[in-house]
Design a protein. Structure first.
Length: 200
C-alpha cells in the first residue's frame, strides 16, 4: 500500500509507530491503516471490529481481525501485550470511553487516540448563527443518523488526560489540507494524541 496515497491521519499514525511494533487497532474498519503498517513497517497487527462487512474486507487483505465490541473491554489480553493500541476515529462512538482508554493503556505501552474536534470554527458558526447541529468534513452526519455519541474538543481531551494522570507524549492537529497548529481547539478538524501512563 502506497503511503503517499493514504489519508492524512493514517500517514501521521504511520510515522508515529516504530517499525516491527505490535499493534492492536480498536474499531479498525476495513483495515487500510493496519495494512499500511503491516506491509510497509513490518508491524505485527491485529484488529477488533464490530461491522461484519468491514471484517470481510480485512480478511481479504490478509489481516487478523476479531469480531467484537470494544466497550466490553480487552480482558482476554494480558498486560503490555502490545506496543500501541490505536483508537482512531472511533472513540466518539464508544459508550465506555474511560474504561476503553484505561484498558488500552493496560495492554499497551502507548495509545494513539484520534477524534474529530467538535469545536472546529465552522461547527461553532453553525451552532451560534444557524442554531443547528453542525455538519463538517470530520463530522459529516445529521443529528438523526450519526453514529457518534460523544462530542469532544482538543481542550476536552487535554483536560481528561490531566484529570486522569495520563501523559500526552505527542499531539497532532489536522486541518483540511495539512497540520493546523495555530489555535487547534478552533482550527483543527481532527486531533491525534499519543498517550501513556508510564513515568519518564
Amino acid at each position: 500500500m502506497d503511503l503517499a496515497k493514504a489519508q492524512l491521519d493514517h500517514q501521521i499514525i504511520y510515522n508515529i509507530v516504530d517499525p516491527g511494533a505490535r499493534i492492536l487497532d480498536l474499531g479498525c474498519g476495513s483495515g487500510e491503516l493496519l495494512q499500511l503498517l503491516a506491509e510497509n513497517k513490518d508491524c505485527k497487527v491485529q484488529g477488533i471490529e464490530l461491522d461484519e462487512q468491514a471484517i470481510y474486507q480485512c480478511v481479504e487483505k490478509g489481516l487478523s481481525v476479531f469480531h467484537g465490541d470494544i466497550d466490553s473491554g480487552l480482558s482476554e489480553y494480558p498486560d503490555k501485550s502490545f506496543d500501541y493500541v490505536i483508537l482512531n476515529q472511533s472513540m466518539q462512538q464508544v459508550k465506555r470511553v474511560d474504561y476503553v482508554i484505561t484498558e488500552s493503556l493496560r495492554v499497551a505501552d502507548k495509545a494513539i487516540i484520534g477524534f474529530p474536534n467538535f469545536t472546529y470554527w465552522s461547527s461553532r458558526f453553525m451552532l451560534f448563527f444557524r442554531g443547528k447541529a453542525p455538519i463538517t468534513e470530520s463530522l459529516p452526519y445529521h443529528w438523526y443518523d450519526t453514529p457518534n455519541i460523544h462530542f469532544l474538543s482538543v481542550a476536552d481531551f487535554r483536560h481528561y488526560c490531566r484529570v486522569k494522570g495520563i501523559r500526552i507524549l505527542k499531539a497532532y492537529f489536522l486541518g483540511k489540507k495539512g497540520l493546523a497548529n495555530f489555535w487547534p481547539n478552533l482550527f483543527a478538524l481532527n486531533a491525534i494524541f499519543v498517550i501513556s501512563h508510564d513515568k519518564l
